[in-house]
Design a protein around this ligand. Structure first.
Ligand code: SF4
Length: 255
């Protein structure tokens, strides 16, 4: 994607959502760090359900250590990998007390030295808690960057490096929030909702998904005139053979 297209891409996402932020609920940098650790391979919604009552009582490393691993495991048992996560949260809380005066550190190296904290978690905390221009690449960001051609890469590290280079001001600070939200609600994994996408003309993904009302249903392929009409809507021309008709009716997408 060219420079001016990247600018326009983010300009439109920013226009649609001027103040994006994480959907994880937290009370302070410490609870944000805990929430992000808990969110690995889990949805933000499932983490919020568990942390809402937890963070009503526990907002500091000291309180968490006093709460204890068994109680924490019970409190987060609805979240995937809760055993390992409970261990890590207690260990990272002890490390914060021992080495950081119970404060969340502001450097990537110090964050990544904490139990259960990887590069993505450090990026989210640096960005959301401390306003740094970091680019956390999760599954949504990875997909959107590759599909659209914004920052294609085979690994999350490669995508992150390309975002670092490509994203212009004034969008650098909020870029990863826009990309996550765009991937979560519009450019979805199974069926991107291209028909209502604000960056459809900038995106190189093909074929684009048609609006639901224009998509041919499997039953249409079996019924002559309806199938014919649906396929014409999707492609702009009538299929030449019955097999072409069937294949066009299934993908529900426009080349
Ligand atoms: S046009 Fe479709 S594939 Fe491209 S960004 Fe939008 S939703 Fe995703």
């Amino acid at each position: 994607m060219k420079r001016d297209q990247v600018f326009e891409f983010f300009r439109r996402l920013a226009e649609a959502n001027p103040s994006p932020t994480t959907e994880l609920e937290s009370e302070n940098p410490y609870t944000l760090l805990v929430a992000v650790v808990l969110s690995a391979q889990a949805t933000d919604a499932s983490v919020n359900i568990a942390t809402r009552p937890l963070f009503a009582r526990i907002r500091t490393p000291e309180q968490m250590v006093a709460f204890g691993e068994d109680a924490l495991r019970e409190a987060i048992k609805t979240i995937g990998l809760f055993n390992t996560k409970a261990k890590n949260v207690i260990a990272l809380s002890q490390a914060l007390m021992a080495h950081h005066n119970s404060e969340v550190p502001r450097t990537r190296d110090e964050l990544q030295a904490l139990p259960g904290v990887g590069r993505k978690t450090a990026n989210v905390v640096l960005n959301t808690a401390f306003g740094e221009e970091t680019f956390a690449v999760d599954t949504h960001v990875f997909r959107v960057c590759n599909r659209t051609g914004l920052a294609p890469g085979k690994t999350v590290e490669e995508v992150e490096a390309k975002l670092e280079k490509a994203v212009p001001q004034p969008f650098r600070r909020d870029a990863h929030h826009w990309l996550i939200l765009h991937g979560r609600y519009t450019c979805k994994a199974r069926l991107p909702e291209c028909w209502r996408c604000p960056v459809i003309d900038l995106c190189r993904y093909r074929p684009k998904t048609l609006p639901p009302e224009e998509r041919a249903k499997p039953s249409d392929a079996r019924s002559g005139s309806r199938a014919s009409s649906a396929a014409r809507t999707a492609t702009g021309r009538k299929p030449r053979t019955p097999s072409a008709n069937r294949s066009r009716s299934r993908p529900s997408r426009l080349p």
